[in-house]
Design a protein around this ligand. Sequence first.
Ligand code: UDP
Length: 239
Amino acid sequence: SVSAPQYQRVLIKLSGEALMGDAAFGISTKVLDYLATEIQALVALKVQTSLVIGAGNIFRGVAGASTGMDRAAADNMGMLATVINALALQDALERKGISARVLSAIPMLTVCEPYSRQKAVHHLHKGRVVIFGAGTANPYFTTDTAAVLRGLEINADLVCKATRVDGVYDKDPLKHPEAVKFSSLSFSEVLHRRLKVMDAAAISLAMDNNTKIMVFDMNIPGNMKKAICGAQIGTLIQG
Ligand code: UDP
């Protein structure tokens, strides 16, 4: 059935750019409210829900380094920016009456809890949404890698890459109208065809540990719930 969850514990990766809405940067409260509604549908199904958010809407380490900044310093800024997004999403969830906790890989005791795997699992058991902030706490990594890593640590049944396209294509569908969408893929196909799903570090971590990754369009209302209920939307990567 498309209304019964197929996964009990999930991790959803949202790009920072997802939070911009129509703007060129920053955080749209309209988008936050939409995402909170989508997440609310999972909580209503008692799915243990956790999230990782990027920071492309605020700051990316690579962009800072391209202007001459030290890469590690710029990456630290990028990681701090993910905490800003995480706090915004927590606020949007709590305004809907959904209990949510931000766990930051870089401790900032006065704004959120420091990350620990045990804390994360504890909150999930209590029915709280967990938002992992500050990526992996390491420069030169990305929030895609943080998503796969946290997914493994908490034993998530599924890692979702909620994005602006409706799955993985053989070439960029925006540039090539004849591009073909995959309904499923193996990790070796992703690597051999150099498909841009997640960065190579994230894909190799997922491949080594048999993580299941679902890629789908987060801008279609109901998609998050459909993905978790096992509907054939987007692209499923495994094995
Ligand atoms: N970042 C990092 N280590 C991590 C995760 C993130 O250094 O483990 C930094 C990096 O500078 C990155 C920025 O945080 O550019 C924002 O993350 P990301 O680019 O993954 O965001 P997204 O593209 O998903 O919006």
